[in-house]
Design a binder for this molecule. Structure first.
Ligand SMILES: Cc1cc2nc3c(=O)[nH]c(=O)nc-3n(C[C@H](O)[C@H](O)[C@H](O)COP(=O)(O)OP(=O)(O)OC[C@H]3O[C@@H](n4cnc5c(N)ncnc54)[C@H](O)[C@@H]3O)c2cc1C
Length: 509
């Protein structure tokens, strides 16, 4: 039996939470021969990447709805295709809805819409550069943040060549607003590109760092057949096939500590499970302040965790529709693409402004999918489901979400009606999940997409806080593996994979 700093090879690893990162971590650890038990509080695995019925016969991806950042190494290593993952559609176009003709984009290509030749050429160059930068960032996503990985990151940036490197240093922390205004003419194109910098974030296009956040969206969009639950279902099959045990409906109430090390977990049922390694897929605040307890932490570390910014700003809308919806200027063949409401930069910034003052957007931005166009199994025959991320919906709404929910739903349906005037008449059922609902449904503090704002001051060696940024934590045997750790949220799997490596090497770096 090999002894390592992270327990013996035969000892049990408990993973708190069966979100996609917990499942990825479980699969890698089980493949490495560890005895793994995943304890998920909900009655199904998947966390914020699940499919659920929200109205009789209508199923939807109730958190994440587009797959676009999954680490291909994770997908390949864990054999997700052979474990049930398939796609209803990949390489989705982005259709920027407008009062006039919509603009249809696919990466660097303008598929239709009124855009000047100069803008088309600039877009090709802009997207190519974004992809080169995103590739560098993606390599960093797969590394445990540490001085050596920072050196590799710097080397990767240097290898981009002088021109790209200089430009990255210039624009890296820049507001996307300034960059887009500088480069493009088309208001519609600028609005569409701005959305990529702000989705999932409490940022508007004029906020610093939105160029950086836009790099997280340089991938191609896909709709898993059966919704996002198919992705996490395949991960669960992979983890079980490798030998991991997964228990659902098993909320962990407390992490048990003996001396300064993990001793196991206590379930809400009172059941005690011994383990000398515990990996938490729960968000950092839940992990440290709720499950562990600040009394086991250094005061400065606990203070940093408390100040980790976790106020979500994205809501989720689900509509059950009595037929094929109509969006102005969008042919039926394009309805199943990624539709967005971000008509220009000013609209997006104006949508953000109220969030600073704890108010929701009267005219929100939206990212819409109608997955049943490609995946008939999600809705009864002839009916459809619409899923939309809606911003901005600040968690800390001044009036509170009890009254705010219905008013924000009305504002959201008004925003949709501008582009789909007949949609309201087709609605059989509407569900709006505010960040408060997302917090309750997915057990994510603040209902935040990334378990905590993804910003340069909460990134890499600073994520979630110094002292826990390499998945190991100040408590011996306790690791993080969720979106609150590097490299953040999105259905990527990198945090789970990196955390498994940290457990196996027993190192902090
Ligand atoms: C509205 C919304 C839309 C989004 N859209 C997209 C998108 O289109 N594409 C994309 O890639 N990403 C999207 N995201 C982000 C993505 O869903 C998350 O970043 C990702 O799911 C985080 O995965 P995770 O495994 O780290 O954590 P989670 O998915 O949050 O999983 C954590 C798990 O831990 C469990 N848990 C917590 N506490 C306990 C406990 N005490 N005991 C047992 N279990 C516990 C939870 O129940 C949960 O299952 C979206 C997020 C939101 C909120």
């Amino acid at each position: 039996m090999t002894e390592t700093a992270t327990g013996s090879a035969n000892s049990r690893v408990v993973i708190v939470g069966g979100g996609h990162n917990g499942l990825v971590c479980a699969a890698y650890l089980a493949r490495a021969g560890r005895k793994v038990l995943v304890l998920e509080a909900a009655d199904q695995v998947g966390g914020a990447a699940v499919t659920r019925e929200f109205a009789p016969g209508f199923r939807v991806s109730s958190g994440a709805h587009l797959l676009h950042v999954l680490d291909p190494v994770v997908a390949r290593d864990l054999g997700l295709a052979s474990h049930g993952l398939s796609f209803a559609r990949s390489g989705l176009d982005t259709v920027a809805l407008a009062d006039g003709e919509p603009l249809v984009l696919n990466g660097a290509e303008v598929r239709s819409g009124t855009v000047s030749a100069a803008d088309r050429a600039t877009l090709a160059e802009y997207v190519a550069r974004q992809r080169r930068y995103a590739a560098v960032l993606a390599r960093q996503h797969g590394r445990i943040p540490a001085p050596w990985s920072l050196a590799k990151f710097a080397f990767d940036i240097r290898r981009l060549g002088r021109a790209d490197m200089r430009e990255l240093l210039r624009v890296g922390t820049m507001p996307l607003y300034d960059l887009l205004e500088d480069r493009f003419e088309s208001a519609q194109l600028k609005g569409a590109l701005a959305l990529d910098g702000v989705l999932g974030a409490k940022l508007g296009p004029r906020s610093g760092q939105t160029f950086f956040t836009s790099l997280q969206r340089a991938g191609a969009y896909a709709l898993p057949r059966g919704g996002m639950g198919t992705v996490t279902g395949a991960l669960a099959v992979a983890a079980r096939a490798a030998g991991a045990e997964i228990r659902v409906s098993s909320p962990v109430a407390k992490l048990a500590v003996a001396g300064d090390r993990m001793a196991g977990v206590v379930l809400a049922s009172g059941e005690e499970i011994a383990a000398d390694i515990v990996v938490s897929n729960a968000d950092p605040k839940t992990t440290f302040l709720e499950l562990l307890g600040a009394q086991h932490l250094d005061a400065e570390f606990a203070r940093r965790v408390l100040h980790f910014r976790t106020l979500g700003c994205a809501a989720k809308l689900h509509l059950a529709l009595d037929g094929v919806p109509e969006f102005r200027g969008v042919p039926a063949a394009r309805l199943g693409e990624r539709l967005i409401v971000a008509p220009d930069l000013g609209y997006v910034e104006a949508a953000f402004n109220p969030a600073k003052y704890h108010e929701f957007s009267p005219a929100p931005v939206l990212e819409i999918t109608i997955p049943s166009v490609h995946d008939a199994g999600l809705a009864p025959a002839g009916k459809h489901v619409l899923s939309a991320v809606v911003q901005y919906a600040p968690y800390d709404l001044a009036e509170g979400w009890d009254t705010g929910r219905a008013r924000f739903l009305a504002a959201t349906l008004d925003a949709l009606a501008r582009f789909a005037p007949t949609l309201r008449r087709q609605i059989l059922n509407a569900e709006l999940l505010t960040p408060v609902d997302l917090e309750r449904e997915f057990r994510i503090t603040g209902g935040h997409w990334h378990h905590g704002e993804l910003a340069l001051d909460q990134f890499m060696m600073l994520r979630p806080v110094p002292g826990a940024a390499q998945y190991a934590t100040p408590v011996g045997g306790l690791f993080l593996c969720g979106a609150g750790a590097h490299p953040g949220g999105g259905v990527m799997g990198s945090a789970g994979r990196n955390a498994a490596r940290a457990v196996l090497t027993g190192s902090r770096a």
